[in-house]
Design a protein. Structure first.
Length: 439
């Protein structure tokens, strides 16, 4: 072949023409066709694919791309959009509205659908106050501002209540997991708040009366009740009368009946657990007073004696010690014999106390001794070391001494002499009443 316009003969001629098959390549929706260097490329155009909210009910398979193999594969529609979670078989229990069996993509037990937490999109709101919100709804939050504790209004299926959901550390909290430096008053208040009392504890609660009066008073104080199950605190001094009991200062204190002349009455601190009210009561009983309605806790705190006109005899109390204003002559110049005598003293009855007395012996012939003892002792014959007082050989001599002797529940002690050659006298100054401290 000759080519006139070429000055040299080519070694070869290379022709490039477009192929006739396929004559045309047209991409439908979702497929783009591009041509590069004589090659045709088919690509998926995802912008052409419509977005649907759920898998059509008629669809059984979907086409997906598997990056691991670089290939497309079919997958069952049951595995898409929550598929694979077995539908519930029971009607869920919910806090409001009607439940329905079905599949949920939320975490829930089959027998209880937990409602959405909080309100529209912004999370739950929190009420901040020192008192619970009025008319709360389920899952409401309340931050108690005076304690720093967060609560949720929880429905357990049968009732609703505020439940603490935070381990707040409010100011003044008493810890049980670490050592705290608390003052004596803080420790006392903490024990009272939780009903933790010290065995037979009693402080304060001093009795007083002006004497020749139907009125008496009890100072503030605190004590454990008679069963050591709760603390009873009288925050302020209270005044009571011999009238029938009524709550409050200035009101009566007698548990039952009417006040009697020349009679011992026992004073009690009493408490009503349902309200926490603490008051004072008097009773003939040294152990079982007749309590007012709803008052179930009590503790005996002392005893008082009435005059012949049903008024209180004056005394002064200091802790467990009670002293008469004037010493009382319980025995006056009585012959002391070789057999035991059991004089009754002016001390409380119904329980044992320690009588504080002055004992005197007057000799008739000399060489006389006497033994004063508690009825809890064996009855011993006086002589030698077993002598409380001894009068020498000279007649018309006297000896006296101060003594602290335990009585029986009738206020009695024992006196025994060496013979019928002397007389004795007893002046009662007062008594010591432990008021249940040893129970």
């Amino acid at each position: 072949m000759s080519v006139p316009f070429l000055s040299v003969k080519p070694r070869a001629i290379k022709l490039k023409v477009s192929p006739r098959f396929p004559a045309r390549l047209i991409g439908r929706a979702g497929i783009d066709v591009t041509k590069e260097n004589g090659n045709y490329f088919l690509d998926l155009d995802y912008s052409d694919f419509p977005v649907i909210g759920s898998v059509p009910p008629q669809a059984t398979y979907a086409l997906i791309f598997d990056p691991a193999t670089g290939k497309y594969a079919q997958v069952s529609t049951s595995l898409i959009a929550g598929g694979g979670i077995a539908p519930a078989t029971a009607t869920p229990l919910i806090e409001s509205g009607a439940g329905a069996v079905g599949t949920s993509v939320k975490y829930a037990r089959e027998d209880h659908v937990h409602p959405a937490f909080g309100g529209g999109g912004g999370g739950a709101s929190v009420t901040i106050s020192d008192t619970p919100p009025a008319s709360p709804t389920a899952n409401s939050l309340w931050w108690e501002s005076d304690t720093g504790i967060l609560f949720i209004y929880y429905n357990d299926g049968s009732s609703s209540q505020w439940v603490s959901i935070s381990a707040g550390q409010p100011t003044g909290a008493v810890r049980y997991d670490v050592v705290q430096a608390l003052t004596a008053s803080q420790k006392l208040q903490a024990r009272q708040n939780i009903g933790a009392v010290l065995q037979s504890y009693l402080v304060g609660l001093t009795l007083s009366t002006p004497g020749l009066s139907a009125t008496f008073s009890v100072a503030s104080g605190i004590c454990a009740d008679s069963t050591n199950s709760d603390a009873m605190r009288l925050a302020a001094s209270i005044s009571k009368t011999t009238n029938a009991w009524a709550v409050g200062t200035g009101a009566g204190a007698l548990d039952t009946g009417t006040i009697a002349n020349a009679t011992w009455y026992h004073a009690y601190l009493i408490k009503r657990p349902d309200t926490g009210i603490v008051d004072v009561l008097i009773s003939l009983s040294a152990s079982a007073p007749t309590l007012p309605a709803n008052y179930t806790l009590f503790r005996r705190i002392g005893a008082m004696f009435t005059t012949g006109s049903a008024q209180w005899v004056y005394f002064v109390q200091n802790g467990d010690e009670f002293l008469w204003g004037n010493q009382i002559a319980d025995v006056s110049i009585v012959t002391i014999a070789a057999t035991s005598l059991t004089p009754t003293l002016s001390v409380p009855t119904g329980l044992k106390v320690n009588a504080l007395i002055t004992f005197r012996m007057d000799a008739v012939t000399g060489n006389t001794g006497g033994l004063v003892s508690s009825l809890d002792h064996f009855d011993q014959v006086p002589g030698g070391a077993y002598t409380s007082l001894f009068v020498g050989t000279t007649s018309a001599l006297a000896a006296a001494g101060w003594m602290n002797i335990r009585t029986n529940v009738n206020g009695q002690i024992r006196v025994r002499g060496t013979g019928a050659t002397a007389t004795y006298s007893i002046m009662t100054m007062g008594w010591v009443d432990r008021r249940g401290r040893d129970n």
